[in-house]
Design a protein. Structure first.
Length: 367
């Protein structure tokens, strides 16, 4: 989208009408957005307001002022707050609740949590229920910076999303593209044929690219396993991923061939965690062949064919409990499950080791 915006000189109304569904469909299908809206400043009695000029749903909300009161102390929702402050906001509730009705919010793009108490209540302008993440990015006229914004891009999600660096970078590129496109929209008409060709090319490319796809992680383990280990894995994953991004093999309930579903889930996964060790009746462990095979599938799909796993984390019990691993992999690449002398899981040590591994694997720090 940014490359397209930088390659044309102006846009007609017809071009803009063709561009909007490309942007909306891309954000919904690749990033799981519920609604996308572009607001621009508009005059109101006593001050400025915001008008919805691009909107992903059927009926756009009406224009609204920036403040509810004449003294300009009560913001008309979080978009008005972001626009007035000229701040990028990635808003989630302080707990895992919906934004509507939440008592406290967090801006995941801010290192200064003191400003979070200023974020006003969420207003459901769009009428879409159960929104848990609102990303608001003000934009400015081309060539201007540090000045009052001219409008904003607001994207809302049903899931609570952490501020993933890859998703953030893509959204900032889209914000830059929208800044340019809104200015081009107001310029003179250009050669319709060349622009239509460029739009068709963009439409086809948007179907192929996966850069906006949220990271997903596949978690494999035997049916008979130490459930304290899988519980700890889930606890650590919740620090890095939203629940919708985590695929546990035992929670796939689609009808049809389970092997096909498993292969599809592994093929779609960005990362993987595989806990090999199955419990035996005598208290020992044995490597589960199905989990080993699933790990091999993800390893084969990795762009890096080196011996070290580059997209997944192998987890296994100590050799004295389970014997040597039945394939050629350096033992230091495996996260060995730490246990107390009585055999119970050393939860704190295991979760810390896994957290460090996930940080290195994903390039993200837990929040």
């Amino acid at each position: 989208m940014l490359n397209f915006a930088q390659s044309v000189d102006s846009l007609t109304n017809d071009n803009v009408r063709d561009l909007k569904p490309i942007l909306f469909d891309h954000l919904k299908s690749k990033a799981g957005a519920a609604t996308i809206e572009v607001c621009i400043e508009t005059p109101f009695v006593g001050g400025d307001g915001l008008r919805y000029t691009w909107y992903s749903e059927t009926n756009p909300p009406g224009s609204h002022p920036l403040f509810k009161d004449e003294k300009k102390t009560v913001y008309y929702g979080q978009t008005s707050y972001a626009y007035t402050k000229n701040w990028d906001l990635w808003i989630v509730a302080s707990d895992d609740s919906k934004l509507a009705g939440s008592a406290q919010y967090i801006n995941l793009l801010s290192d200064d949590r003191t400003c979070d108490s200023e974020i006003p209540p969420y207003i459901a302008y769009t009428g879409v229920p159960d929104i848990r993440t609102s990303i608001i990015l003000p934009f400015r006229k081309k060539g201007q910076s540090g000045c009052q914004p001219q409008g904003l891009l607001n994207i809302e999600f049903p899931d609570r999303l952490k501020a993933y660096s890859t998703l953030k970078a893509e959204l900032l590129n889209i914000r830059s593209a929208v800044e340019i496109l809104l200015q081009l929209e107001s310029t003179s008409e250009l050669n319709r044929t060349n622009t239509s060709i460029a739009i068709n090319t963009l439409r086809e490319q948007s179907k192929l690219t996966s850069s906006l796809k949220l990271p997903k992680i596949f978690v494999g383990f035997p049916g008979a396993h130490d459930k304290a280990v899988s519980k700890s894995i889930a606890n650590v994953l919740s620090l890095f991923f939203s629940r919708a991004q985590i695929v546990f093999w035992n929670e796939m309930h689609e009808s049809g061939n389970i092997n096909d579903h498993t292969f599809r889930a592994i093929n779609d996964a960005t990362f993987g965690i595989f806990y090999f060790s199955a419990q035996k009746d005598d208290g020992g462990f044995v490597d589960n062949p199905n989990v080993l095979f699933e790990a091999g599938m993800l390893h084969a799909l990795s762009k890096n064919s080196a011996q070290e796993p580059t997209r997944w984390i192998p987890i296994r019990e100590q050799e004295k409990l389970t014997g040597k691993i039945p394939f050629d992999m350096m033992s230091e690449r495996i996260l060995i499950v730490p246990r107390h002398p009585n055999g119970s899981l050393n939860t704190s040590e295991f979760e810390e080791q896994l957290r460090v591994r996930l940080s290195k694997l994903t390039g993200e720090t837990c929040l």
